[in-house]
Design a protein around this ligand. Structure first.
Ligand code: ADP
Ligand code: ZN
Ligand code: ZN
Length: 820
């Protein structure tokens, strides 16, 4: 017997809660064209779901019936083979199903699965029209079935989880409805467009009509400007309306050729910055590059922590390192916090590297994101900028990975697959023999610790460009500010005076408050109770312009005219301040000032955000107020004053990183002042002026904060002196959840025999109730990474058992960022 050179079995990661890849048989007719990284549709438990080919083998597991794959979904792989081991490592480390890891990594809209379509039959039309139970006839699904003749797969999926499933199955038996399985989802696909080019040789051009000559001129102009031979017809007709007809006649004369080509939907909109290469680098920039460039040249893994104060010129270091990597024929990945997209950093990269750049972020539609992904996979873009999930971009041979604002907690995904993009960036670099630069003015305590232990090379940039001074910082103790009607005012006299002076000098101010809405509490004047969300243990925030009380966790709203839930009193008062209230009060203090607000309520779209930033750049805004959104990565040369309305908002949180985060946040906002030629000033209002986070931020003393934090972490055995995993146990029945939490804890304690890893809890989570779920947690603290993961793998089996009945959900959060 001859052996087939192509192996028969495929290793497939399925999009289902299965920890290991499964084995399927490759059908003979398409065996040869199947490659690692392609999607296939496979049968699993009576359903058809998407899977990803990870590899081929000669052998199949014994004693198991091996099924054939059902369909191949791609012509080309969606990710390079090198990614496979990366995905496997990640699934193992985060204790998450490998197929789901890959699904998260790939652009949304690619996953197909089977769903039910429910159609009414002729017999059904007769019988169902006579039903009069209002519990059925009043529902949208029933009226859709009766009047449109069918229930969509999406609605059917919802019904299948309710008791209506039994009813529909009964109707099917009676022959009133027909239920069929069909494929749904996976709508993102490539887009083609008609493109035109001039033929190689053109005969007698004089005999052409005026419109034809004009069309040729437009085509030539676009071709030479964009260096593309084929130009979309749309672009030509946009420039010259007569071109449509002329192109057709030119094609008839063999002067123009048409071709259907794949086009990429342009996600960039317009950028608002030029990027000039500075004539000379600062000594610190030179020094940093003199460490980075040789490592790039040698093509080895080298991690750097670039600690550069705000305005020290980190961007130029990134740009020059990137240029050098591209010259070596390798690619570049730049990660930025989600909120910081569309800032100058991105604009600089676009300006320097133009069409080589691909952008991946949540502001893109699924089609656009898919286009960008394909451009990267096909090697057409070799500079990739994106938020968290871009760490999975299918770049071939990355030579440099940059993580800007590496301390930012948005790099950690906080639901589903809870990965940390910064950590994965380092891992990916090490697997690709690439350089990784973690950049920040306020590095995370953990990264700085790694640098101090020699795991990362530390690059220091302590001076601002042109030796501009860091801003002078003043602290206002709000406890000693004169109260108004028994309450401290929103703005202290010192801040008001400075805002006025800045306005008079024609300079700009930023006013920061990390809280949106108008007021963060509605207190009952009669019984003192705060209005709470009906589904979460969270107080509601007043959004005055919409006359609503809103839960910032689940989106629950009630009218602001509601009564107290406790005593039905109608007199509720707003307590506390949010950005909406600042916007409301500022015009009274500073009549005539041009004010803009930047937060999630005013900027729902990326274009809103860009519009406001551009107005600030052009000097059309005097005061920009807002939340975190104003702190990230902006460079406004004319901003000379930064006011922090309340620095304490994060200090009281029950989280061991609260002090570190407060320091980082204040430093980042403060760093927006005085970045141009004029020096800057910062005013911090606080009720806790002695807190070390505030004290150290005032003195721009990163080292002081670090020393303080590292001492605390050491004493308590928190990261970086240990690794954490948080087991979250959630469900709607509190007693049941508590019971399972204790059972899990007992099992965990038995496994670890009282020493390593350490087990803390179970305890109710600080936010005990969220979206109608009661939440408990069990914190696992391990000194040794390997031992911790061995332990978690053992525990996984028990978790499966406990959550089988479906009444609790237990998730493992490895390296948790938020303990709430
Ligand atoms: P950071 O990211 O460290 O906060 P930036 O990279 O935004 O700082 O740099 C601050 C400003 O200094 C930018 O406007 C940048 O164009 C400018 N800049 C950077 N390097 C130089 C240089 N070598 N000479 C002059 N200006 C520079
Ligand atoms: Zn009350
Ligand atoms: Zn809520």
């Amino acid at each position: 017997m001859t052996t087939d050179p192509v192996k028969n079995f495929l290793e497939v990661a399925v999009t289902a809660p299965v920890n290991k890849p499964l084995t399927y048989l490759a059908p003979d007719d398409c065996k040869k064209r199947l490659k690692q990284g392609m999607r296939v549709l496979v049968p699993l438990g009576g359903r058809k779901i998407t899977g990803y080919i990870l590899g081929r083998t000669d052998t199949a597991p014994v004693g198991q019936q091996i099924k054939k794959i059902y369909k191949v979904l791609d012509n080309e792989p969606l990710f390079p083979k090198e990614q496979v081991d990366f995905y496997k490592w990640i699934a193992n480390y985060y204790h998450y199903p490998i197929g789901e890891v890959i699904k998260t990594a790939l652009p949304a809209g690619l996953t197909k699965k089977s769903g039910r379509r429910i159609k009414i039959t002729d017999a059904g039309k007769k019988h169902l029209a006579e039903i009069s139970e209002s519990a059925i006839t009043g529902t949208p699904w029933f009226s859709s079935l009766l009047h449109k003749g069918a229930i969509s797969p999406h609605a059917a999926a919802g019904l299948w989880r309710t008791k209506e499933r039994g009813l529909l199955e009964l109707w099917e038996q009676k022959g009133w409805v027909a239920i069929s399985i069909e494929l749904v989802g996976g709508t993102a696909k490539t887009k083609n467009e008609t493109c035109c080019a001039l033929a190689e040789n053109i005969d007698n051009p004089d005999s052409l009509k005026v419109s034809e000559q004009k069309t040729i001129a437009v085509l030539q102009k676009i071709t030479s400007a964009t260096k593309r031979r084929f130009v979309p017809r749309r672009e030509i007709t946009l420039e010259y309306r007569g071109a449509g007809k002329a192109l057709k006649s030119l094609a008839g004369k063999n002067i123009v050729i048409f071709e259907e080509q794949q086009v990429y939907r342009d996600p960039f909109g317009d950028s608002f910055l030029q990027s000039d290469i500075p004539e000379t680098l600062t000594d610190e920039q030179k020094k940093a590059l003199s460490s980075i460039l040789p490592a790039i040249k040698e093509g080895r893994f080298a991690p750097f922590l670039l600690h550069g104060v705000t305005g020290s010129g980190k961007t130029e270091v990134y740009l020059q390192a990137a240029t050098f990597v591209l010259e070596q024929g390798r690619s570049v990945l730049l990660l930025v916090p989600e909120i910081a997209l569309a800032t100058q950093l991105e604009a600089h990269f676009l300006a320097r590297f133009g069409s080589r750049v691909a952008l991946l972020h949540s502001g893109l539609g699924s089609g656009q994101r898919f286009d960008q992904w394909c451009r990267i996979a096909e090697g057409k873009a070799d500079v990739v900028i994106g938020a968290r999930s871009a760490v999975f971009a299918p770049l071939k041979n990355p030579g440099l990975i940059i993580v800007d604002e590496e301390h930012d907690s948005s790099y950690k995904q906080d639901d589903g697959f809870r990965y940390h993009a910064r950590d994965l960036a380092v891992l990916r670099a090490s697997r690709s023999a690439a350089v990784v630069i973690l950049g920040s003015a306020t590095p995370s305590v953990t990264s700085y610790y790694h640098a101090s232990m020699g795991k990362y090379s530390l690059l220091d940039m302590r001076k601002r460009i042109e030796e501009r001074p860091l801003p002078a910082v003043e602290i206002v103790n709000m406890q000693s500010v004169k109260t108004i009607a028994g309450r401290p005012p929103v703005f202290s006299p010192l801040l008001i005076k400075n805002l006025q002076d800045t306005l008079e000098r024609g300079e700009q101010s930023l006013v920061f408050l990390n809280r949106r809405g108008y007021a963060n509490f509605m207190i009952c004047r009669d019984c003192g109770q705060a209005a709470q969300c009906a589904h979460c243990q969270v107080s509601l925030t007043l959004h005055r312009s919409e006359n609503k009380l809103l839960c910032h966790y689940c989106g629950f709203t009630v009218s602001s005219k509601t009564v107290c839930a406790n005593c039905q009193s109608p007199s509720l008062t707003a307590i506390g301040v949010g950005t909406e209230r600042l916007e409301h009060e500022l015009p009274e203090i500073l009549p005539g000032a041009r004010i803009a607000r930047l937060d999630r309520d005013t900027c729902r779209k990326r274009s809103d955000y860009i519009k406001i930033l551009r107005a600030v750049h052009k000097g059309e805004i005097d005061i920009l107020l807002g939340t975190q959104m104003i702190t990230k990565g902006h460079h406004f040369p004319n901003v000379t004053l930064v006011g922090i309305v309340l620095a304490d908002t994060g200090l009281g949180l029950p989280d061991f990183r609260a002090g570190e985060r407060t320091f980082q946040l204040i430093s980042q906002v403060a760093g927006r002042a005085g970045r141009g030629e004029k020096s800057g000033r910062v005013i911090i209002q606080t009720f806790q002026p002695e807190h070390y986070s505030i004290e150290m931020a005032r003195n721009h003393n990163y080292q002081g904060m670090y020393a303080r934090e590292i001492e605390l972490r050491k004493a308590l055995g928190y990261p970086p002196f240990s690794r954490l995993a948080n087991l979250k146990i959630e469900g709607t029945d509190n007693d049941y959840v508590r019971d399972k939490a204790f059972r899990l804890a007992n099992m965990a304690k038995k496994f670890c025999k009282g020493t390593e890893p350490e087990i803390l809890g179970p305890a109710p989570a600080p936010l005990t109730r969220l979206r109608d779920n009661y939440r408990w947690q069990l914190l696992i603290k391990g000194k040794k990474l390997e031992a911790l993961h061995t332990f978690l793998h053992r525990l996984e089996g028990e978790i499966g058992g406990l959550s089988k009945a479906g009444k609790v959900r237990i998730v493992i959060d490895v390296d948790p960022e938020y303990m709430m």
